[in-house]
Design a protein around this ligand. Sequence first.
Ligand SMILES: [Zn+2]
Length: 326
Amino acid sequence: MAAIDCAAYSTEADRQYFDRELDAFVPPRVFDAHAHLSATPIMTEVPFATGYAEYRQLVQCLLPGRQVEALFISYTADREATAAANAWTQAQLAAAAQCRGLFYVKPTDDPEWVRQEVRRLGLHGLKCYHLLASVNPTWQADLPDYLPEPLVQVANEEGWVITLHMVKSRAVADPANIHWIRTYCQKYPHMKLILAHSARGFQPLHNLEGLPQLTGLDNLYFDTSANCEPMAHAVVLRLMGPQKVMFGTDFPISHARGRSIGVGDSFIWVYGQTPVWGEKHQRVDPPLVGMEALRALKWACWSERLADAQVEDLFWNNAARLFALD
Ligand SMILES: [Zn+2]
């Protein structure tokens, strides 16, 4: 592959942002617990297939000079192509001894077939997604609609992780989500459940309301990916403890511009092309999603008074324990 020029992905303003606010915060060694590789382009900002080689280069545009390893989450927009997506992830991992990979699972997949496939591909768990549920609309799906219990049972028997991007309007404040997360975690203690995007608390109120009802579950973890609200991370850190939190980028979303914003009882996303960047007094450069999310995490660590060693835990040691890294 051709060398990737970071100037195409991060501007001078981005580099100044990193130097000013993030360089002193991000440790030298980083485990990215939520990154997508794909054999087909996922978004216009990164208009090509992203394998491990592309990831390694592009992540340096966001985290310059860091040693970065990752949990790669198989992805495809084509629901008929999950097998190819999983094979792609496996092939990418061949050159990445300290990286891990998740199997993109459909709710209709036979659990015993999934067990054999994940073993055969050398992957470390499952990624479920509401878009594969058969209910309508899928963003109001109950957890078993896209993560049926027999799959959780296999994950428990195999000691796998499952990354969950929860849905429903009120995310982790929704009683059905609370019920199913608690039920699955208690009934299947060897399965490790990772609530993506800091429990999808793009509206931090939902974390404040819901997470007190999910304390005391040893096998419940969080990744911080793509969530640009400091309070969302702060609530997770305070209620669940810094040992349960892992940094993540949601690559390639990290390389888009804009941010999530909690508003009312919900949230919105503004993107680089959303017409909000021309303020009365000045023009604002849309920042990278990855940098806004990192700064939100930094502010949460500051307000929760985390020690440097705890920050290193959430950038590396917590994932190293979970994934048995060297
Ligand atoms: Zn993601």
